[in-house]
Design a protein around this ligand. Structure first.
Ligand code: PLZ
Length: 451
C-alpha cells in the first residue's frame, strides 16, 4: 500500500511556492500507483502527467514523492482562484458539516439561489436573467441546447470548426475532433451542423469576412428558420486557444439576433476571470442570450450553469431542467467563496497581469525559435502554436516532447489543438509572479534542448 511522503503538508497558498524535484519523475510512489492503476482503472482514461498528486495550492502541485511542480494547467482551467483555496475549503467544510445533499428538486436551499443571483449579475448584458445549475460543462451545454429548442420550437444547432463542447452524446456531436473524443462512439445526435471559424493564423481573414463566410454556410446548409441556437466558444479552448479576428463574434451575434436564433457563448473554459474579464464575451462587447459556465466557477468542485435571458431560460416546461446533483450544496458554497474572491481580489486584473508576463516571455521565445508560429490568447489563457519553421504545418510531436520534458523539469504544461500542436498556459491566478517566471525559464531551456 502506498503511503504519502512524510513532509506532505496541507494544500493552499502556504505550500512552498517552488519547483523542487527530489526523485526522478515519476518517483517510486507514483510508479507504484501507476502499477495499481493499470490493473484497476480503464485503459481508456488517460493522464498527461506521470505523477500522482498529494497536495496543491498557490501555483504548485506536489506529488506523492514530494516533488513540487509549477502548475501552468490548473487542472484544465479549473483552479483559477487557486487549488485548495482557503476560503473555498472553509466554505465547503462548513457546508458539508451542515448538510451534504437534499437535492434542489426536492428540498431547495439558499446557496443555489445565491449562485444564480450572482451569475445573473456577473454575466454580460443588463437585462433580466435566470440561471439553472448542473455539475459538468457538457451538461451545461446540453441544457443550453434544450432551453434554446424549447424557446424557439426549432431543432438545428450550429457549432464551429475546432469546437469542443464535451463528451456526452449531444456534445460529442458538437465537438469537432474525432480522436480521441468521438472515435467509435457514434451514432451521434442529429441536427448539429458545423460552420467555418475565424482562425487568423491560418485563414488570414478579417473578422467580418470570416463571419460572412460562416453565415453563408449556415444560411445555405441549415436555414435560419430551422436554427435554434448558435453555440460558440469566444476563445476556443481544446481546439487550440483560437482567438477569432476582431468583429467575428459580434457579427455572428448580430446575425443570430436578427434571425431569432439563440446565441450561446460556451464560456466553460474562458469564463470566471480566466481571460482578463469576468467572461470573454465582455472583451468582445457581445451579450450572449445564454452563457454556459463550469470549470473555474467553484474552485475545483463540480458545478456548472446556464445563465441567460429570463424569457429564454423560463421556456422549458416545469421540471424540464434538473438532475440529482445539479447545484450540489458543497459546490454552491465553493462557488460563492470563489465569486467573493473574484470580486474582492479583482481576479480579472490579476489575469491581465499574468497575460503581460506570459506574452512578454513567450514572444521573446518566439523571436528566438522559428518553431513557434503564433503566440495568442487573453489573460491567463495563452498559447503557442508549434509549426515547421517558416510554414503553418503543425508540429504535434514537438508539442508533446516539450510538455513531457517540461514535466521532467518540474513544470506542468498542457497541449491542445485539433492537430495537437498547441502548448497552452493556464496558470492558477494564485501563482506568484516569481514562480511563473521560473517556470517560463524552465520552458525556455526545454525549448532550447528540444531538437
Ligand atoms: N465546453 C469550452 O472546454 C471542457 C475537457 C477535456 P466538462 N474542456 C476540457 C477532456 O479531455 O475531457 C469543456 C470546454 C468547453 C465544454 C466542456 C466540457 O466540460 O466539465 O468536461 O464536461
Amino acid at each position: 500500500m502506498t503511503t504519502l511522503s512524510q513532509d506532505v503538508s496541507t494544500g493552499g497558498p502556504t505550500l512552498p511556492q517552488e519547483i523542487r524535484l527530489r526523485t526522478e519523475v515519476p518517483g517510486p510512489l507514483s510508479r507504484e500507483l501507476a502499477a495499481r492503476r493499470s490493473a484497476a482503472v480503464s485503459a481508456a482514461v488517460g493522464s498527461s502527467m506521470p505523477f500522482y498528486a498529494a497536495t496543491a495550492g498557490g501555483g504548485v502541485v506536489v506529488d506523492v514523492d514530494g516533488n513540487s511542480y509549477a502548475d501552468l494547467g490548473s487542472g484544465i482551467a479549473v483552479t483559477t482562484v487557486g487549488n485548495a483555496d482557503p476560503a473555498v475549503a472553509a466554505a465547503v467544510a462548513e457546508q458539508v458539516a451542515r448538510f451534504t445533499h437534499t437535492c434542489f428538486m426536492i428540498t431547495p436551499y439558499d446557496s443555489y439561489v445565491e449562485v444564480a443571483e450572482r451569475l445573473n449579475a456577473l454575466t454580460p448584458g443588463d437585462f433580466a436573467k435566470k440561471t439553472a445549475l448542473f455539475s459538468t460543462g457538457a451538461e451545461a451545454v446540453e441544457n443550453a441546447v434544450k432551453v434554446a429548442r424549447a424557446h424557439t420550437g426549432r431543432q438545428a444547432v450550429v457549432v464551429f470548426d475546432h469546437a469542443y463542447h464535451g463528451r456526452t452524446n449531444l456534445t460529442m456531436a458538437m465537438t469537432a475532433k474525432n480522436m480521441p473524443y468521438k472515435n467509435g462512439f457514434g451514432p451521434f445526435a442529429p441536427e448539429v451542423y458545423r460552420a467555418p471559424l475565424s482562425y487568423p493564423f491560418r485563414d488570414g481573414l478579417d473578422g467580418p469576412t470570416a463571419a460572412a463566410r460562416a453565415i453563408h454556410t449556415i444560411e445555405k446548409q441549415v436555414g435560419a428558420a430551422n436554427l435554434a441556437a448558435v453555440v460558440l466558444e469566444p476563445i476556443q479552448g481544446e481546439g487550440g486557444f483560437i482567438v477569432p479576428a476582431p468583429g467575428f463574434l459580434p457579427a455572428i451575434a448580430t446575425w443570430a439576433k436578427e434571425n431569432g436564433v439563440v446565441f450561446v457563448a460556451d464560456e466553460v473554459q474562458t469564463g470566471i476571470a480566466r481571460t482578463g474579464a469576468a467572461f470573454a464575451s465582455h472583451l468582445e462587447g457581445i451579450e450572449p442570450d445564454l452563457v454556459t459556465i463550469a470549470k473555474g466557477v467553484a474552485g475545483g468542485l463540480p458545478l456548472a450553469a446556464v445563465t441567460g435571458r429570463a424569457e429564454i431560460m423560463d421556456a422549458p416546461v416545469l421540471g424540464g431542467l434538473g438532475g440529482t446533483y445539479g447545484g450540489n450544496p458543497a459546490a454552491c458554497a465553493a462557488a460563492i467563496a470563489t465569486l467573493d474572491t473574484l470580486e474582492r481580489e479583482d481576479l480579472p486584473a490579476r489575469a491581465r497581469r499574468v497575460e503581460g508576463i506570459l506574452f512578454a516571455r513567450l514572444r521573446a521565445l518566439a523571436a528566438r525559435d522559428p518553431r513557434i508560429g503564433d503566440v495568442r490568447g487573453r489573460g491567463a489563457m495563452v498559447a503557442v502554436e508549434l509549426v515547421e519553421p517558416g510554414t503553418t504545418t503543425p508540429d504535434a510531436a514537438l508539442a508533446k516532447r516539450i510538455a513531457t520534458d517540461a514535466a521532467q523539469h518540474g513544470v506542468i504544461v498542457l497541449t491542445c489543438g485539433t492537430d495537437g500542436n498547441v502548448l497552452r498556459f493556464l496558470p492558477p491566478l494564485s501563482i506568484p509572479d516569481a514562480l511563473l517566471e521560473q517556470a517560463l525559464d524552465v520552458l525556455g531551456t526545454v525549448f532550447e534542448n528540444a531538437h
